[in-house]
Write a protein that binds this ligand. Structure first.
Ligand code: DGJ
Length: 643
């Protein structure tokens, strides 16, 4: 059994094939995290220190008295705010009295086969015999706040997921001010913290630093997971490298503002919390309502980062990406963006299609510029109807011709945006994200559309659906090209304004759900100016993500290498382009590491180049992978981590 409860010692043991995790119900109902690491024998559930040391200034529970236990120095399973544990807390709820003391103690638990869904949120999934779940319900007896900690173990893969449900069991409103998905107390701080930082054009560089006393970590407050920090962190032993040493990897299944913080305290222990960023967040919880946090995927590897990465890859391919055709060979595509930018029309794209067919390419993707009166980035987002000047016969005859040539067809949208110069904005100026009395800021000459609102989602979905239902579309590229400022929704009351960011991302999920449910055969590739929203939640809907707007082969080496720390190779959109810094052969070797395509004017290729391109597309050979390893070595990335 992957999860057992020992009645005598009041201990839960959660096992995978390679890891164990132990929680104890301590005196007073405190939940303690006794162990997380290499798998240990079933009966080894006692003897773990609860570290009641150096707590001389720290208060104790009034019933238990000032003995050898203080919440501030114990390995608390889910750290609460204001009740004697002074470290960064995982939860803080303001009650009707106005204070936010939150003190959760054990109430009940249940263990069952399978894994529950998370309401309105993407999450990993499992058949009944693939996973076991433990739900521990805790309660704050004064406020009747009920918090359920949900753990699922995927025994075969060495993976555990954690999420939290927060329920108001009182008859008064409460306000959640922090609701982290994960809290993990480690008995030592002798770790390095690994994270993925970057910016537009240079996403997911690997950064490794030693933990130090105090607070450290990574966050996004840009409205999306962002190019700048990824919702991934790992804590690794000092000696850990690709092949050796312990690694604990954590990845949040969320596309909005996130926070992953580590606090090392006076006892040299480390607490990691991960979840929705509490900055710009609060949530009004009415009586009987439940708030669901996103989940964190936790991977433990005793054999270095390579094994950690491969476990994430296998897990995401099997248990997170929901596209039913995910194991089929992905189409090799030609994308019009770097080949033509906004200067597209039916004639030019049909020429592309003919040239693509000759090379053995499977699909033509019509990127930005086909709709409204869009000839540059200054107009038309929100007007998802065809540009008659560029496509005089309309979209359908053009798409049919692409299919007649023998290619699949893909189309580009940016559904969560609105241009000030658009019919949609002229009709509904209130639908852009803006704070009352302030002119909203522009980014790439566009505003953000307030998809936290259902009426806005309906309006935009109607337009997308009209295009998708009238045409045979095999692929959609879903873009998002600015961060979110002026965070507010016109329809939210004052005491709920800070719900905006989370509601926005739930709105995005709703739209993606509509698309993937009604059109389950469409291959969805998400994108955000390249890899600004490259996170596990997007992977749930879109089996591939455009990795970066940077298609320079040499830069791509480190971008793709960093991305592979937790995301599978098949999830990375990777194209051969006309960036000059390498030969086409090298470009293809690097792009073949991901889901492959081209992004250049293939009409201009010489006969010699055409012959070479045909060779790229021929069955992907082990030799190509070998040459990739060779390139990695050349630029000092010692190990191949592919899957
Ligand atoms: C940003 C994307 O990353 C590009 O690939 C392209 O689709 C442009 N947007 C189009 O505006």
């Amino acid at each position: 059994m992957a999860i057992i409860f020992n009645e005598q010692s009041k201990t839960f043991k959660l096992d995978t094939s390679i890891s164990s995790y132990i929680i104890k119900i301590y005196e007073g109902g405190y939940l303690l995290n006794l162990y997380y690491g290499r798998k240990i024998p079933e009966n080894m559930i006692e003897g773990f220190a609860i570290r009641a040391k150096n707590a001389s200034f720290s208060p104790a529970d009034s019933v238990m008295g000032e003995g050898d236990f203080a919440p501030d120095s114990a390995p608390i399973e889910y750290g609460c705010d204001g009740a004697g544990d002074f470290r960064i807390s995982a939860i803080k709820v303001r009650n009707h009295n106005g204070d936010s003391v939150t003190d959760l103690r054990y109430l009940s638990h249940k263990i069952y086969q399978g894994k529950p869904f998370i309401k309105d949120m993407p999450a990993s999934f499992a058949e009944k015999d693939e996973a076991t779940t433990l739900e521990i319900t805790t309660v704050d007896k004064v406020t009747n706040l009920q918090v359920t900690l949900v753990y699922t173990v995927f025994e075969a893969l060495g993976v555990m997921t954690k999420s939290v449900q927060i329920k108001n069991n009182s008859d008064k409103d409460m306000f959640i001010e922090r609701a982290f998905s994960l809290c993990n107390d480690f008995p030592k701080m002798d770790f390095d913290l690994i994270s993925l930082y970057g910016r537009h054009y240079f996403e997911r560089k690997i950064e490794r630093r030693a933990l130090a006393h105090g607070l450290q970590g990574v966050e996004s407050n840009k409205g999306i997971s962002s190019h700048c920090q990824n919702p991934f962190v790992a804590l690794v032993a000092k000696e850990t490298d690709e092949e050796r040493g312990e690694a604990y990897g954590f990845n949040l299944v969320y596309s909005g503002n996130f926070s992953a913080l580590v606090e090392c305290d006076y006892n040299d222990s480390a607490r990691l919390i991960m979840g929705i960023n509490p900055n710009h967040f609060s949530w009004k919880l009415r009586p009987a309502e439940t708030f669901y946090t996103p989940e964190v995927v936790c991977v433990y590897s005793p054999n270095g980062l390579g094994e950690m990465s491969r476990t994430f890859h296998k897990f995401y391919n099997k248990h997170l990406i929901k596209w039913k055709r995910k194991y089929e060979k992905r189409p090799v595509l030609i994308n019009s963006w770097e080949a033509a930018y906004f200067d597209i029309n039916s004639e030019k794209l049909l020429d592309f299609a003919v040239a693509a067919k000759d090379l053995g390419i499977d699909m033509l993707v019509m990127d930005d510029g086909w709709f409204g009166h869009r000839n540059n980035d200054k107009s038309s987002l929100g007007d998802w109807f065809v540009n008659q000047e560029k496509f005089p016969d309309g979209l359908t005859p053009f798409i049919d011709k692409v299919h007649e040539i023998g290619l699949k067809f893909g189309i580009w949208f940016e559904p969560e945006m609105i241009s000030p110069d658009s019919d949609l904005f002229r009709a509904h100026p209130d639908m852009c994200v803006h704070a009352k009395g302030r002119a909203p800021m522009l980014g790439r000459t566009q505003y953000v559309l307030d998809v936290s609102r259902e009426d806005v989602r309906d309006l935009i979905w109607e337009q997308l659906d009209a295009i998708l239902s009238a045409n045979k579309i095999d692929y959609v590229k879903w873009d998002f090209n600015r961060y979110i400022s002026d965070a507010d929704s016109a329809i939210l009351p004052a005491d709920q304004k800070k719900e905006f960011f989370h509601r926005f991302i739930l709105g995005t999920y709703d739209l993606m759900n509509r698309l993937t449910t009604k059109y389950p055969d469409i291959l969805l590739e998400s994108c955000s100016g390249g890899g600004g929203r490259f996170d596990p939640a997007m992977l749930y809907y879109s089996p591939q993500i455009w990795t970066s707007d940077n298609t320079d082969t040499i830069d791509r080496l480190s971008i793709q290498f960093g991305t592979s720390l937790c995301y599978p190779a098949s999830s990375m959109g990777a194209h051969v382009s006309d960036y000059p810094r390498a030969f086409y052969g090298t470009k293809a070797d690097v792009a073949l590491w991901g889901s492959f395509g081209y992004e250049l004017d293939i009409r201009k290729l010489t006969e010699e180049q055409k012959a070479e391109f045909k060779g790229h597309i021929a069955p992907l050979l082990v030799g190509l992978r070998k040459s990739y390893i060779h390139i990695c070595k050349w630029v000092n990335f010692e190990n191949w981590r592919g899957s």
